[in-house]
Design a protein around this ligand. Sequence first.
Ligand code: G4P
Length: 529
Amino acid sequence: MSLQKEIKRRRTFAIIAHPDAGKTTLTEKLLLFGGAIQEAGAVKNNKIKKGATSDFMEIERQRGISVATSVLAFEYEGIKINILDTPGHKDFAEDTFRTLTAVDSVIVVIDVAKGVEEQTEKLVEVCRMRNIPIIVFVNKMDREGRDAFDLLDEIEQKLNLRVTPLSFPIGMGYDFKGIYNIWEKNINLFSGDSRRNIEETIEIEDTDSPELDKLIGEKAANTLREELELVYEVYPDFDKEEYLDGKLQPVFFGSALNNFGVRELLDCFVDIAPTPKPKESDTRLVSADEKEFSGFVFKIHANMDPKHRDRLAFVKIVSGIFERNTPYLHVRHGKKMKFSSPNAFFAEKKQIVDTSYAGDIVGLHDTGNFKIGDTLTEGEKMNYRGIPSFSPEHFKYINNADPMKSKQLEKGIDQLMDEGVAQLFTLELNGRKVIGTVGALQFEVIQYRLEHEYGAQCSYENLNVHKACWIDPVDPKSEEFADFKRVKSRFLARDKRGQLVFFADSAFTLQMTQSKYPNVKLHFVSEFE
Ligand code: G4P
């Protein structure tokens, strides 16, 4: 198959949701449709299955929170689908933000009873900023929940989206009868049998036909007719271009657990979701179908298999073909590297592949060469942009609790920071090391992993910092900047890349500092123009 054809048949996306909305369940059902797994975890205790398919770490099994972001690929109707799983827990939001730099579109899962939740708001905001095309899936229709119109209103308002339903529920909870598929103009009846793999669809040319009354009863049929009339009146017609530009978001209703409404979602997804998009580098816009390979590291996962202490760098292929045993330029190091066992991900397993195409993710075994954001090319010196660090919200001094293991501690901290688990700062004044994280949970993760993976012990000491800001003086030689550095010397630190950072102990200090030093710009993200 030609390069163009291969690229055109790829869809790379992430499912984002507030924890418990049903992301894992939906992922499993999608895999089931792709024939990638034999039976979805429709049974109650699917947490073990969850551990096997989408999360790797021991700590995740302990807590039942998705710490890891993994890749699951499958084929459906000739389309190669790559799902990038994202941790829903807010303490791991940064991991999810980074994953969003590697996807071409997203599916947002919303719990019909809970509506739009906090984590969904934040993640959708990031997608909106990047104009990522979004499809919304309202889940758990087999449960009592919110009225469909109210929910659509809430999605529009809280998520700042412009929605158009492509399916519509018939009843809900106990009375849930099925969905009318606006996209395909047919009906799906719900039987509540969770073991069914494929639901039956009934073609309905015209919702006014008495056929509809026979199928779902006169009352439900009339309600559906009224509701559909309102849908057509109130919501814009679906327009693929608008969806692809991130300006219109189609909505589907269903029940992932019951495998209901999932096929409709998938069919529409493969039809409308974007093929691998072009990406901006620091020198030019790179198109997916260029012949030469290029890609970037968006995630590093260490020690996935405790038996082999390996690190895996996840590379999103932006353009061309990635081939095994071919030398590629590691742009930051300025040296060529070959990969003898690149991994591709197929549902529950990873396997070595010879060739991968733009849109795919390859996992490269790494002995410490990669950092998040690194670019690989066939020789061109360019860097992909857009994986910034965000200002952490929790800060602690990190101390060595076992002097015999200081080397192990240093190595452990170094590698965990390269993975992006947290950020390390070194105070200018006394060289003390400070760990900054997005969520409090990461301190425990770091302690746990240092101990279990590196044999090192650490202890923490509290530090009162409100925000870390990256410093960007208009004129580095100015009096103003010199004064800033003198006055604030106790609050200055360097991040891992050596960039100067200001620790503000309160929102008030931050505001005062900004007004006193207007020409010393303070940024909440590490990348700025
Ligand atoms: P997450 O990955 O977004 O965190 O959610 P997950 O899929 O784990 O689903 C969270 C809970 O919601 C699970 O129940 C799951 O079975 C349930 N669920 C998912 N989809 C539906 C649905 O369409 N209808 C109903 N009624 N429930 C749904 P749990 O009891 O927390 O876990 P488990 O013991 O079933 O694994």
